[in-house]
Design a protein around this ligand. Structure first.
Ligand code: UD1
Length: 317
C-alpha cells in the first residue's frame, strides 16, 4: 500500500481527491493551512497536518514521518482577478509553495508528484480544441505561476529522480456529494446560484463573441471526473519514471447560454438570464483536446453538464 500527501487536501478539489485515493486502497495524509479549506472535509480515514506548504520543515516532517510515496500538490491561490491586483501574493504563495515543496521532497527522497496546473497556462490560443503542445502564453499572474510551477517540476526532475504528472484543469464544476460543494463562488455556476438567491437575473457576460450563440464557450469538467484523473495520474507516477502533462476536460464545449439553460432545467423554471457587456479578458472559446489523456492515461470524463449543474445545485450552501 502506498501513501500520498495532498497539499490543499481540505479544499474543494482536494476533498474529492482524498476520498477517491482512499477508495483506491492508498493511504492519505492531508496537509492544509485551512486558509481556504475546511477541517471537516478531511475524511476520518486520512491523517491531517495543519501547515502551510510554505513551511518546508513541516512538509519534510510529514513526508518522512508518514513514509510518503508521492505528493498531489493542490495548495495554491486560484483567483485570476485577485492575481492581477496582487501579483506578488501569487508569486509568493504559488511559486514559493512549489519551491518549498520540491525542497522538502528532495530532502525526504520523495519521488512521485502530481501537480495541479491550469488551462490558464495557454492564455488565448487562436484555435480550439487546445492540445498540450499549444504554445503557452498565460494572460494573468495566476496563469504564469501555474506555468512556472510546471517548469520547476520539469527542471527538478532533470536533476534528481522524480516521476511527475501535471494536470491542466479546464473549468471545474459540480460536487461529488452535497457536503462537498465549491464554497469559493467566483465561477459561473456558483455566481448564477448567488444571483438567484438574491432574486436577481443571472448575467451572461458578452453576447457578440464569434461563437454559435455569441456567448463564451468553455470546457466544464465535473470535479468527480477530475478527482478520478488524479488517482489515475498517481498510479501512473508510481509506475516508473514518468514526465507527463495532460489536459483535463471533456473535449466538448458549452456556451454560457447552454449553462443557463441547464440551470433552468435543473431548478425547474426559466431563470431569466440576461446578456450584459463583455467581461474584460475573457477568451471566446477554450476547449481541451483530450486525446493525450485518454490515450496515455486511459482516463475520460463520464459526467455531463447537467450532472455538474444538478450536483452543484444540490450542494449549494
Ligand atoms: C478562469 C480561468 C481559469 C480558472 C477559472 C477559475 C482564464 C483564461 N481562465 O476561467 O484558469 O481555473 O477562472 O478561477 O483565466 N460568466 C458569465 N456570467 C457570470 C460569470 C461568468 O457569463 O456571472 C462567463 C465568463 O465570461 C466565462 C464563463 O462564464 O465566459 C466562465 O467563467 P468563469 O467560471 O469565471 O471561468 P473562466 O473565466 O473561464
Amino acid at each position: 500500500m502506498t501513501t500520498w500527501l495532498l497539499t490543499g487536501g481540505a479544499g474543494y478539489i482536494g476533498a474529492h481527491v482524498a476520498r477517491d485515493l482512499l477508495a483506491s486502497g492508498r493511504q492519505v495524509v492531508v496537509l492544509d493551512d485551512l486558509s481556504a479549506g475546511h477541517r471537516d472535509r478531511v475524511p476520518a480515514d486520512a491523517a491531517f497536518v495543519e501547515a502551510s506548504v510554505l513551511d518546508t520543515d513541516a512538509v519534510r516532517a510529514a513526508l518522512t514521518s508518514y513514509d510518503v510515496t508521492g505528493v498531489i500538490h493542490l495548495a495554491a491561490k486560484k483567483a485570476v482577478g485577485e492575481s492581477v491586483e496582487k501579483p506578488l501574493l501569487y508569486f509568493r504563495e504559488n511559486v514559493g509553495g512549489m519551491t518549498s515543496l520540491l525542497q522538502a521532497m528532495a530532502d525526504a527522497g520523495t519521488r512521485c508528484l502530481v501537480y495541479s496546473s491550469s488551462a490558464a497556462v495557454y492564455g488565448e490560443p487562436p484555435w480550439s480544441p487546445i492540445s498540450e503542445d499549444t504554445p503557452c502564453a498565460p494572460l494573468s499572474p495566476y496563469g504564469q505561476t501555474k506555468l512556472i510551477g510546471e517548469w520547476m517540476v520539469r527542471d527538478e526532475a532533470a536533476a534528481r529522480p522524480l516521476s511527475w504528472v501535471a494536470l491542466r484543469y479546464f473549468n471545474v464544476a459540480g460536487a461529488g456529494s452535497p457536503e462537498l460543494g465549491d464554497t469559493s463562488a467566483n465561477n459561473l455556476i456558483p455566481m448564477v446560484f448567488d444571483a438567484l438567491d438574491r432574486g436577481e437575473a443571472p448575467q451572461v457576460f458578452g453576447s457578440d463573441y464569434p461563437t454559435a450563440d455569441g456567448s463564451c464557450v468553455r470546457d466544464y469538467i465535473h470535479v468527480s471526473d477530475l478527482s478520478e484523473a488524479h488517482v489515475a495520474a498517481a498510479a501512473l507516477a508510481e509506475s516508473g519514471d514518468v514526465a507527463a502533462i495532460f489536459n483535463v476536460g471533456t473535449g466538448t464545449g458549452a456556451s454560457v447560454w447552454e449553462v443557463m439553460a441547464s440551470v433552468s432545467d435543473v431548478v425547474g423554471r426559466d431563470i431569466g438570464a440576461v446578456a450584459v457587456e463583455r467581461r474584460a479578458g475573457d477568451p471566446p472559446e477554450l476547449v481541451a483536446s483530450v486525446d493525450r489523456i485518454s490515450g496515455e492515461l486511459g482516463w475520460a470524463a463520464s459526467r455531463d453538464l447537467r450532472d455538474m449543474v444538478a450536483s452543484a445545485w444540490a450542494a449549494r450552501g
